[in-house]
Ligand binder design. Structure first.
Ligand code: WTA
Length: 655
């Protein structure tokens, strides 16, 4: 089967950086020159200039046993020292590390000196509990400062954290604890979500309870942060309150140096299909690329910027761009516990106004959610402090991109659309603000030092103006080092497809345009085949979102007697349009619209107007479930959905 993906849409809007932005930009075109002249030398320079090494490295990359890479292997460093102590030693202890905003409205301002002290105490408390180098610690917490403190304390000891998103069930938590063999769980009584205290500790108790299968959990202790004050069950021999052990611990703690390849964390990813994989990241290469990308892609001026990444710490974006990258760079951040709509839909904009956020990094799913509610909500706030916007997680449709720039960015800010994965550890493809002329909807160019190609099924580059499979052709510093406990699955999942070329296969479809810029087209598993044409979900969804009535759309291929597969669209309308039009009329109009915008081949056979779309907990649309609905099948496994009730609502709306 050909892996060529047909190209349907044209986007000719261009946004060069303003002169002022370009003049003050952190990144410079020299980065590209330096990286293409000597790629490994470039990464060595970044790792040396952005990080502090206890023992300098002499070797950059060891690729003698692919796909198992080692970066900076004979160097030694302490990740937490790089994120904390050195900023204090350099005289920046008074700089705010976090403006914390709890959902109920409680706040905390935490400087680098205070954060360093708290992490030292927590590290001492954890070592009292027997945690040391190589031990695994599961973290199951809301978005509160103790979550960041926990990660850094674990890192400081050379131990390995495994964050499990607070929205996951007891079963998911247990399977992750078992897989990693975690010795300690750090959790809270609960957290605040949508105006209510939502319990966490009972899920830990349930996860660790005897399941009647004779398998004992590996966990020895549970450390519990008091957040909501709700009642909890307690096991005297196992459970400890954070406030009983951390504040009492000594604030003296010397950061020990660990080898660059010491594991830093495991993060489980289920993606949109399949059994979770424990993605393993290590220290030096990960931190170097996280710091480099955070500084250059977000144009960080640490002394003046207020940076806010809205991702939960349970996802890779929260790890790399709310903890490690920004803290390594000494950034001032906002940390927010709750949801965008509590107590009312403008909460995020209130926070931006309150703290004067200058750099704002979020996901397309959030942007489209705001489009649905209407621009009058953000327009009531003063968002003029914002000077850079970032997007991650899914393709951002050109219309959502334009809305983001106009309504949130005041029509003037650059937007960086950043492509990367849990597996890549840090950003791989993105514009560099101040240098790149932006194109709405395109992630554009591989970062300096990153080798990306779009290839056919044989691994040959497709060239410009063609679509295919996205691969990384060379190893990169923050690449995953494996799947925890399963090297065969690591090789099989990511490297088998282009084994003879040694390429990493990301699972995404992509296209290069006439200029060679990269456009992400969605997961290749979701590509449709209509009358022999391979169509990507992303382009048809973009066409639907470009209609004035649409807020969000998901497209799937459903089997069809005449065309092989037919395009079936699920569409969420903007609230203002729902009031004034009938769903039937709009569905007709949307079919015709797609036909006009991109041609009859892409015209949906069916358009269903729905109230919600099935999404994973990190906001990605699960098209596999929509395919079940479109083909009239019973809906498959919904356990990874954020809201499992959504599918029955959609099924009944479709009927
Ligand atoms: C998708 C999130 C288009 C892609 C950092 C990738 C994107 C998967 C983009 C990884 C983007 C992420 N444009 N698609 N800018 N960023 N993706 O592991 O399909 O949660 O493979 O990491 O999200 O998701 P993950």
């Amino acid at each position: 089967m050909s892996q060529q993906i047909d190209h349907l849409m044209n986007e000719d809007r261009r946004f060069p950086p303003s002169e002022e932005f370009a003049a003050n930009a952190v990144a410079s075109p020299d980065l590209y020159k330096a990286a293409s002249a000597d790629r490994l030398g470039f990464w060595a320079d970044q790792a040396r200039s952005l990080l502090t090494w206890h023992t300098p490295f002499s070797e950059v990359l060891d690729w003698s046993n692919p796909p198992f890479a080692k970066w900076f292997a004979d160097g030694e460093l302490n990740v937490a020292y790089n994120c904390l102590d050195r900023h204090v030693e350099e005289g920046n202890g008074d700089r705010v590390a976090f403006h914390f905003e709890g959902e109920p409205g409680d706040t905390r301002t935490i400087t680098y000196a205070e954060l360093t002290e708290e992490v030292k105490r927590a590290a001492n408390a954890l070592s009292e509990l027997g945690i040391g180098r190589g031990d695994r610690v599961a973290v199951y917490l809301p978005m509160i400062p103790e979550a960041v403190v926990s990660l850094l304390a674990v890192a400081r000891l050379g131990a390995i954290h495994s964050v499990v998103f607070g929205g996951f069930s007891a079963d998911s938590l247990r399977s992750r604890i078992d897989d990693a063999g975690a010795k300690l769980v750090i959790t809270a009584d609960g957290g605040y979500r949508k105006g209510r205290a939502s319990a966490l500790k009972p899920a830990v108790d349930q996860a660790l309870s005897d399941r009647g299968d004779g398998v004992q959990a590996t966990v020895e202790n549970v450390l519990v942060v008091r957040r909501t004050g709700q009642d909890v069950d307690w096991s005297d021999e196992r459970d400890l309150w954070w406030h009983d052990v951390v504040p009492q611990a000594s604030a003296d703690h010397t950061a020990e140096a660990f080898p660059a390849e010491n594991p830093l964390f495991i993060l489980y990813t289920s993606g949109t299909t399949g059994r979770p994989k424990g993605i393993l990241h290590t220290s030096g290469g990960y931190l170097a690329q996280a710091a480099f990308t955070h500084r250059n892609v977000f144009d960080l001026h640490p002394e003046s910027d207020v940076y806010w990444c809205t991702a939960d710490i349970g996802w890779i974006t929260g790890h790399s761009y709310a903890v490690y990258g920004p803290l390594a760079n000494g950034a001032t951040q906002v940390l927010y516990e709750g949801t965008p709509e509590h107590p009312e839909p403008g909460r995020w904009w209130d926070i931006i106004e309150k703290y004067g956020v200058t750099i704002f990094y979020t996901a397309p799913t959030a942007v489209r959610g705001f489009m649905k509610q209407g621009r009058q909500i953000p327009q009531k706030r003063d968002l003029s402090s914002i000077r850079l916007l970032g997007s991650v997680g899914e393709p951002i449709n050109p219309e959502a991109w334009m809305w983001f720039r106009e309504v949130i960015g005041g029509g003037k800010t650059p937007i960086v659309d950043t492509w990367w994965q849990t597996e890549t550890g840090a950003i791989m493809i993105s514009a560099l603000p101040g240098i790149t002329t932006a194109k709405p909807g395109s992630a554009q160019v591989p970062l300096p030092g990153i080798a990306i190609e779009v290839v056919d099924e044989k691994g040959e580059a497709v060239g410009n103006d063609a679509g295919g499979l996205l691969v990384a052709t060379e190893p990169w510093p923050s690449m995953l080092r494996g799947i925890w406990g399963d090297p065969d699955r690591f090789v099989e999942t990511y490297w088998r497809m282009f084994q003879d070329k040694g390429f990493y296969f990301a699972g995404d479809g992509a296209r290069r345009d006439e200029d060679g810029d990269i456009w992400l087209l969605g997961r290749v598993d979701d590509v449709m085949n209509v009358s022999g044409h391979r169509l990507s979900t992303a382009e048809i969804e973009s066409a639907l979102v470009a209609h004035e009535a649409t807020a969000e759309a998901a497209v799937v291929g459903a089997s069809d007697e005449t065309t092989g597969q037919a395009v079936v669209a699920f569409v969420i309308l903007k609230e203002s349009f729902l009031r004034e039009h009938t769903p039937e009329g709009l569905a007709q109009a949307l079919r015709a619209w797609v036909g006009e915008q991109i041609g009859p081949i892409a015209r949906p056979r069916d358009v269903y107007i729905v109230g919600e779309l099935p999404k994973t907990r990190s906001g990605k649309i699960m098209r596999r479930l929509l395919r079940d609905v479109a083909e009239g099948r019973e809906v498959g496994d919904t356990t990874t959905l954020a809201d499992t009730a959504v599918m029955s609502t959609i099924s009944s709306q479709v009927k």
